[in-house]
Write a protein that binds this ligand. Structure first.
Ligand code: CTP
Ligand code: MG
Length: 221
């Protein structure tokens, strides 16, 4: 494989409620992180996986992921962006394509990984998986009053894995001055064109308790 996948997994999971770091919370008897890494590891393009774990759980995560070949574990940071930067520093410099994938998107299928990797391999500097927005989206003011309705047709919900030429992701992180919720946002700041490929509903970000119920149903189906 010519692809390194960075897996930010150091978040607290506040919105999921009490129960420890989200990446270590269980779905069908296994931590979300194990589900995520196993799917990444079977994607043929993937040569290395670098997990940014909660700082206090690095040893435990090494143990959990020991059965999966090609995994490196580092301590994450206090923001997602810092966690990605820590993982990027540990990525094999010989791998020319770098994907960033949230542990919280534990059921992203290997086919999605391959789709993103193939688009970068075809020559695109930055590639993100997206889905059409199904809800009507409105802008509101501080009082919660509607300011206007955004044209849904031009909006996309963005998932991970996001894929980059290695030099592009490195430059984007080196130039970062403020916090972004995704890595493509950093590339956009540099003026790098970001292309989209079709996302996958199974790659939902497990964020709130209902998402665990949905993920369990996806696993059963
Ligand atoms: N993440 C990380 N380091 C942080 C914060 C987040 O590696 N300091 C990771 C999370 O582990 C997750 C991904 O970034 O895989 C997306 O973040 P999110 O879904 O917001 O997860 P949490 O930050 O854990 O959740 P919450 O915001 O509800 O606390
Ligand atoms: Mg968060």
């Amino acid at each position: 494989g010519d692809v390194a996948v960075l897996v930010p997994a150091a978040g607290a999971g506040v919105r999921l409620g009490p129960g420890g770091p989200k990446a270590l919370r269980e779905l069908a008897g296994e931590p979300l992180l194990v589900h995520a890494v196993r799917r990444l590891s079977v994607a043929p393009s993937v040569g290395q996986i670098v997990v940014a774990a909660p700082a206090g759980d690095v040893e435990a995560v090494c143990g959990l992921l020991a059965p999966v070949a090609g995994v490196t574990v580092v301590a994450g940071g206090s923001s997602r962006q810092a966690s990605v930067a820590a993982a990027l520093a540990a990525a094999d410099p010989g791998l020319g394509i770098v994907l960033v994938h949230d542990a919280a998107r534990a059921l992203a299928p290997p086919e999605l990984v391959e789709r993103v990797a193939a688009a970068v391999r075809s020559g695109l500097p930055a590639v993100i998986p997206v889905l059409a927005v199904v809800d009507t989206i409105k802008q509101v003011d501080d009082a919660g009053r509607v300011v206007g309705t955004v044209d849904r047709a031009v909006l996309r919900a963005v998932q991970t894995p996001q894929g980059f030429r290695r030099d592009v992701l490195t430059a984007a992180h080196a130039a970062a001055v403020d916090e972004h919720t995704d890595d493509a946002g950093l590339a956009e700041k540099l003026g790098v064109p970001v292309h989209t490929v079709e996302g996958d509903e199974a790659a939902l970000k497990i964020t709130r308790p209902l998402d665990l119920t949905i993920a369990a149903a996806i696993l059963r189906s």
